[in-house]
Unconditional design. Structure first.
Length: 155
């Protein structure tokens, strides 16, 4: 998926996608939109590049409540504004994100490369670990669960 300008992505699962530029589930460039409650996974024995790449971000860009798992995973270049938010997400490296991001195994039901089930197991650290704001709450009113199945548009 390629996002630019005000393009946004909510409650999506992107699994083992590739492009001519290397294997990537998401590429964001010159963007000020929102990427909220998504699951990005690269799994199996395939050769991968970056899972999610964000470049030349603009004021207002938000990356919240996402699970990024597998490969080099999250690459940021040329982020140049204090009003860019990358937080409350599961990443392999939290150094590029806010203090509320985690690096623990998300504990998916199954990472089978042919038939994955990317729902979270009951003991997942991603459950109720998303942004605490009411606008991000799960359908049942509880605190946001990271990933595609959480938040107000989730299950």
């Amino acid at each position: 998926v390629y996002l630019r300008e005000g393009g946004s992505l909510y409650n999506s699962v992107l699994f083992n996608n590739s492009s001519d530029n290397g294997s990537m589930n998401l590429y964001v460039e010159d963007a000020y939109g929102k990427v909220v409650n998504n699951t990005f996974v690269l799994a199996g024995d395939l050769e991968y590049d970056d899972n999610v790449t964000v470049s030349k971000l603009e004021s207002g860009f938000e990356f919240l409540n996402n699970i990024v798992f597998g490969s080099n995973i999250f690459k940021v270049s040329l982020a140049g504004s204090d009003s860019i938010v990358i937080d409350y997400s599961r990443l392999n490296s939290a150094s590029i994100a806010g203090d509320s991001s985690i690096t623990d195994d998300p504990r998916f039901t199954s990472l089978d490369a042919t038939f994955p089930d990317l729902h979270l197991l009951p003991d997942s650290p991603c459950i109720h670990a998303g942004h605490p704001g009411q606008e991000y709450n799960n359908v049942d009113g509880t605190r946001n669960t990271m990933g595609a199945y959480g938040g107000p548009l989730g299950e």
